[in-house]
Ligand binder design. Structure first.
Ligand code: TYD
Length: 212
């Protein structure tokens, strides 16, 4: 089921160095200029409780974490941010911009780590109360460009320490997920400049929601 509350729900997905966090801030600024009320979240995280779960799931200290633990921790963080922030915001007509949400679990845990897509979809349904974005921007970047961008930043968490093969699988899984839901997904070539990518995103949002 898609979001059917008065608010608007837009998510950003993609692998390493796709530039989600830059783009989401740009979109927020443009929407705020038009007077929209924006709630921006990142997953895992977005509320005090979810950020504590984020710390556990991504910490480099927790290399021994079992797959099932990882799967459930992402879902636990999600259940909290949906109940505390996303669902109430949508119900009151706000725009929710999410830097990752349920599709990340389908791709990383369901497909790449082979936990199974069906069970992840069930868990996503539970965590989100069956609420999914109106639009999901997949920022698609080549593995080489993505890793080079990430190397240039100083960020490194437990899940960043993966092989090139892992990142290739992530990219392919996202592209096939996008293909299976063409109405919701908009795939953007994120090898382009930040400027170009944000223009494309804005064009889609402005047209879909009749803004300007
Ligand atoms: P983050 O620092 O947000 O990285 P990025 O800049 O790539 O978004 O780290 C989130 C990491 O968690 C990222 O490697 C993807 C992973 N992840 C999952 O594996 N499953 C999930 O459900 C979510 C939300 C994230």
């Amino acid at each position: 089921m898609i979001n059917n509350s008065p608010g608007v729900f837009i998510s950003f997905e993609g692998g390493e160095g796709a530039g989600k966090s830059v783009q989401i801030v740009r979109l927020r600024e443009k929407l705020e200029e038009l007077g929209k009320k924006i709630v921006l979240i990142r997953e895992p995280g977005g509320t005090a409780i979810s950020e504590q779960i984020r710390e556990v799931v991504l910490s480099i200290k927790n290399m021994g974490m079992a797959y099932t633990t990882e799967v459930l921790l992402f879902q636990a963080a999600r259940a909290q941010v949906y109940r505390e922030l996303i669902l109430p915001s949508l119900e009151t007509g706000k725009w929710v911009l999410a830097d990752r949400t349920s599709d990340s679990s389908i791709v990383y845990q369901g497909i790449v780590r082979d936990f199974g897509v069906e069970i992840i979809k069930e868990l996503n349904g539970l965590s989100t109360k069956d609420t999914y974005p109106d639009i999901t921007f997949l920022l698609d970047v080549s593995v080489e460009v993505g890793l080079a961008r990430r190397a240039a930043s100083d960020k490194n968490d437990r899940l960043d320490l993966k092989s090139k093969d892992f990142h290739t699988k992530v990219r392919e899984a996202y592209l096939s997920l996008a293909e299976s839901e063409p109405k919701r997904f908009v795939v953007i070539d994120a090898n382009q400049s930040i400027e170009k990518v944000s223009e494309e995103i804005w064009r889609v949002v402005a047209e879909r929601f009749e803004l300007q």
